[in-house]
Design a protein around this ligand. Structure first.
Ligand code: SF4
Length: 455
């Protein structure tokens, strides 16, 4: 049950509603640049477990709220030729990665289930020719669009080893669905959820969004009631950031129908209270898990990890991202493929590297990466461990950061003593702001906001 003092006031949500990075990486991807002679992928030779991410950018229709890197098309042939490029890129890693188990495989997009069953087979079997897909206790996840995912495809996905299914619901209210051009009934989702359970998917996750056009407290409550009946294992509740000047698709949304900041705060509070009362734990960073789910247990035991796809239970030393815009990382740094399909396809077809930017980590980056990960996943910092890694006392190394944290401390979001700094139950709502205090690049920057608003 939610403790009254761990629910933020509307005033607090407003105060910390400013834009803030999500820290799926540190430094954040907007810092990446030319790698010069650096080769962060060289560290792939010395790892014990690997994550794989595959980006499938195609969608059959445009959702007006979307800010993803996608290609809306009805031409299936584009996907078939892209698959060839993906597998060629996978093969380019053949001599560059240690022969270690892939503990996580994640298909994201776009819409990964744009691929037909035959091509899904071709993809996974092709990946298996380069990577060791036989890992024990592996997490294989796929993002699916419930409007187009066929019930029969769930059996194919299970056969290929997928055990986690993420369904993009967003909202069940028809007026909202019309305004975002994404119509999907609760019945379709129920059928898919039931069949996925029958097929033995271990985790079913729903994505929901608040702040969409025509949404209000009543419609959102209605959606959450329907979601609770279906009882997914995990829920991601995202905030819709209306930025039509940046995202062309959003210009198709009537700005006057988008709820204002105060209304969005009310919706967020109502949604979170309803989820917690229904037996979901708030993990932080928009994610919830049913109290009996392995992710919720891991959060309670301080064993959560975080990667580009969000929270995870399976630690890997490196991630290889395949496809347009995909990001990879190793202990030495990050590298990212071309965003545009045309540039990515051309690079692979001409046997050039598809990488267009990256980042080689410095010792200071690694330390801050560790600190931010600890805050995101364990909500706590062991100052002596940080000092050991820094080679200097925590309070001295991070004197400027501690000064930046003072207002957060005054608001009751963090506490500290001589040995530890920790995020309070109230502070869980503002983890990104606590982490941001340790972001050296953000502190140096005086630019217009470019990250998604927390509210
Ligand atoms: S929300 Fe998903 S399905 Fe809709 S356009 Fe964006 S990537 Fe495609």
């Amino acid at each position: 049950m939610v403790q009254a003092d761990s629910v933020p006031s509307a005033a607090l949500l407003n105060r910390y509603g400013s834009s803030c990075p999500r820290y799926t990486s540190y430094p954040t991807a907007d810092r990446f640049g030319a790698l010069g002679g650096a080769e962060p992928w060289a560290a792939l030779k010395d790892i014990r477990a690997l994550s794989l991410y595959v980006h499938i950018p195609f969608c059959r229709s445009l959702c007006y709220f979307c800010a993803c890197n996608k290609v809306v098309t009805q031409q299936y042939g584009l996907a078939s030729s892209y698959l060839e490029q993906l597998l060629a890129e996978a093969r380019s890693y053949r001599d560059r990665v240690a022969d270690v188990p892939v503990v996580q495989l994640h298909l994201g997009g776009g819409t990964p289930t744009f691929l037909n069953d035959g091509d899904l087979h071709r993809l996974v079997e092709g990946l298996g020719e380069t990577f060791n897909l036989g890992g024990e206790g592996r997490e294989y996840g796929i993002e699916a669009d419930p409007r187009t995912l066929e019930l029969e495809s769930l059996a194919t996905l299970r056969e290929l080893g997928f055990n986690r299914l993420s369904l993009g619901i967003q909202d069940f209210d028809l007026t909202v669905q019309r305004a975002i051009n994404r119509i999907c009934t609760a019945e379709q989702v129920r059928e898919l959820t039931d069949e996925a359970r029958r097929q033995g998917f271990e985790s079913i996750s729903y994505d929901l969004i608040y702040g969409l056009p025509h949404q209000n407290l009543d419609t959102l409550r209605g959606t959450i009631d329907q979601v609770m009946e279906l009882a997914p294992d995990r829920i991601a509740l995202y905030h819709y950031a209306h930025l039509p000047e940046r995202f062309k698709a959003q210009r198709l949304i009537d700005t006057d129908a988008v709820p204002g900041a105060a209304e969005k705060v009310e919706m967020q509070l109502a949604a979170v209270q309803a989820l917690e009362e229904a037996g979901y734990d708030y993990l932080g960073m928009d994610h919830f898990a049913r109290r009996d789910d392995s992710m919720a247990r891991a959060a309670r035991d301080g064993e959560l990890q975080r990667n580009f796809q969000g929270y995870t239970l399976m630690p890997a030393d490196a991630l290889v991202g395949l496809g347009a815009s995909a990001i990879s990382y190793s202990a030495d740094g990050y590298w990212q493929n071309h965003h545009r399909l045309k540039d990515y396809n051309a690079a692979i077809a001409e046997r050039r590297s598809a990488v267009f930017r990256g980042w080689q980590l410095s010792a200071d980056d690694r330390l801050r990466q560790y600190v931010i990960m600890e805050l995101m996943c364990r909500l706590s910092l062991d100052k002596s461990e940080v000092a050991r890694r820094a080679g200097a006392a925590f309070d001295d190394y991070f004197a400027a950061e501690r000064a930046r944290l003072e207002p957060l401390k005054a608001d009751g979001l963090i506490e500290e003593d001589a040995d530890r700094l920790w995020i309070t139950p109230l502070g869980r709502w503002f983890v990104r702001h606590v982490a941001a205090a340790f972001d050296a690049y953000l502190a140096r920057r005086q630019e217009t906001p470019r990250y998604s608003k927390v509210i």
